[in-house]
Design a protein around this ligand. Structure first.
Ligand code: NAG
Ligand code: NAG
Length: 509
């Protein structure tokens, strides 16, 4: 009996697996055949002279697949707009459009406790607050995880910010009341780390990680003449859970210096300068906390080159995740991890691992789940898709019949740069790349110590590793058949292609 319950997840997954491919492909094709983008995609497949017939079929299928995802994604965005309008007191005329059959059903369902339908998916346009915005850059902070969904309570103390700065800009000195794990997604930066007696300079390339303890004053320079700089900053607040602030030392009116809030008497006494001079200093009109500087200023701020070696005179990041030796690699993807034990810094203190997944185009990760870690993932390049299976949200179709075990809901999203997603431990998920580009994902894995990855497909998956009787009882199917389905030589990353049988059948149709 107990075994039955424990195995219900693999069973459901098995059916999900069998179904999602056929459903997704078959349904969308008829529904939306008129989409010009889909037509172009398919046209391109047929134009590839070097493709064999089978490859052309595969190519056509992947067009359908991405198109299906796009469609699902658009529906999700529509739904959000609808919700937003409703929340803000909708003007009447919008109501009409909503009343298509399917949406009505959804509405009826919303009656009870309202849970966000996509609790783990964070959109660039919806889920960030812009904390700083100037002509030359901006800092966006992801909304608090618990504001998105109660299901994310486990990581509520953590905040994520993305800094973007144009070429040759200066990000004014500041300190945070949070420990910061800084990751250079893209670009060339210099970070000035102000210490007791001097400023230590770090040259940061794409893929570099640096951890900055709370309270450390830092400034940042985008030293590239053309390229924008993108930094991800994971904040772990040290006093107020889930909340962090930035404090500017130097500054006038914008950014406002923390000093200017003190009384004049205190300032005069502390700095031994007349009030007139202090007023002038703190009343300076300036252009915000991110602004353009000249090439000479960039050179002046960059670490000095010495005559015998061009890169000396600066400190290095703790590691570079893009150039480290990968922990796993095959033709279809690579995975690079730097865990808490590889770093004596904040990763160790906060039990965080950084990982970088580079999925080759037209490939997929296996279906897997993390045992302990919650994954906060940032799409840094390429396009593709994501599916997470979640027991907390019940899907409509499953609600109708009663069962003695939970039902699972599939959360799908189209992935593109700037998007974020969270995968809680225990939740199986899969990511896959588009036909044209590699999909590159940076992840902060929270609670990483003792984490294990369990897979449902590929070498050493948990179904294959189960003893035969358990398999038979679980699936209520002979173990030879189960083994045939689940055994596979490759691990972790696979080509995203359907098996021959399905392909042939589709070819006939
Ligand atoms: C991944 O590789 C790094 C460096 O080679 C190693 O220190 C780390 O332990 C590996 N991580 C895992 C989970 O195997
Ligand atoms: C990702 O993999 C591709 C090869 O598939 C490689 O060319 C590219 O440099 C990799 N990206 C990074 C950042 O390692």
């Amino acid at each position: 009996m107990a075994m039955k319950i424990n195995l219900s997840l693999p069973i459901s997954l098995f059916f999900l697996l069998a179904f999602f491919s056929t459903l997704a492909f078959a349904k969308k094709e008829t529904e939306v055949a008129a989409d010009p983008e889909l037509i172009t995609c398919k046209h391109q497949c047929l134009q590839q002279l070097q493709y064999t017939e089978a490859e052309k079929q595969m190519c056509l299928q992947s067009c359908d697949m991405y198109h299906g995802l796009k469609h699902e994604h658009e529906k999700q965005v529509e739904e959000k707009i609808r919700k937003k309008i409703k929340d803000e007191g909708a003007p009447q005329e919008h109501d009409e459009e909503e009343e298509s059959g399917e949406k009505e059903e959804e509405k009826a369902e919303e009656g009870g406790e309202e849970e966000e339908e996509y609790p783990y998916i964070f959109e660039e346009d919806w889920d960030f607050d812009t904390k700083v915005e100037t002509d030359d850059g901006r800092i966006r902070v992801l909304k608090k995880f618990t504001e998105k969904s109660k299901l994310l309570k486990g990581i509520e103390n953590i905040r994520l910010a993305i800094l973007e700065a144009r070429a040759h800009t200066f990000v004014a000195p500041r300190h945070f009341d949070s420990d910061v794990v800084l990751f250079n997604i893209k670009g060339r930066a210099v970070l000035g780390w102000v210490k007791e007696t001097e400023t230590e300079k770090f040259v940061l390339e794409s893929g570099d990680m640096l951890s900055i303890p709370a309270g450390t004053p830092v400034y940042i320079v985008n030293r590239d003449e053309n390229e924008k700089l993108y930094l991800a900053m994971l904040h772990i607040p040290v006093s107020t859970p889930g909340k962090f602030e930035e404090f500017f030392g130097p500054g006038g009116r914008d950014p406002e210096s923390v000093l200017s809030a003190f009384g004049w008497n205190v300032l005069q006494a502390a700095l031994q300068s007349p009030k007139r001079e202090l007023e002038k200093l703190f009343d300076q009109k300036d252009g915000g906390s991110i602004f353009q500087i000249s090439r000479e200023q960039v050179q002046e701020l960059a670490p000095k080159k010495t005559y015998w070696w061009p890169f000396s005179g600066h400190s290095k990041a703790e590691f570079n995740l893009f150039t480290m030796f990968p922990n796993f690699s095959n033709r279809y993807g690579t995975l690079t991890e730097a865990g808490p034990s590889d770093s004596r810094s904040l990763l160790q203190k906060h039990n965080i691992m950084l990982s970088f997944t580079n999925i080759t185009k037209e490939s997929m990760s296996t279906i897997l789940y993390n045992s302990h870690a919650t994954k906060i993932a940032v799409v840094i390049s390429g396009k593709g898709g994501l599916q997470i299976v979640c027991p907390h949200i019940t899907s409509r179709s499953n609600e109708k019949h009663e069962k003695s075990s939970p039902s699972y809901h599939r959360i799908s999203a189209e992935l593109k740069p700037g998007m974020l997603f969270v995968v809680p431990p225990g939740h199986p998920f899969v990511t896959f790349s588009s036909r044209k580009e590699n999909l590159q994902i940076l992840s902060f894995e929270i609670n990483a110590k003792d984490n294990k990855k369990f897979t449902f497909a590929g070498k050493d998956n948990i179904v294959s590793s189960m003893d035969d009787l358990a398999k038979e009882l679980g699936f209520n199917h002979p173990s030879e058949i189960v083994n045939r389905i689940f055994d596979r030589k490759e691990s972790l990353f696979f080509p995203f292609k359907l098996p021959h049988e399905v392909r042939d059948r589709r070819g006939d149709a």
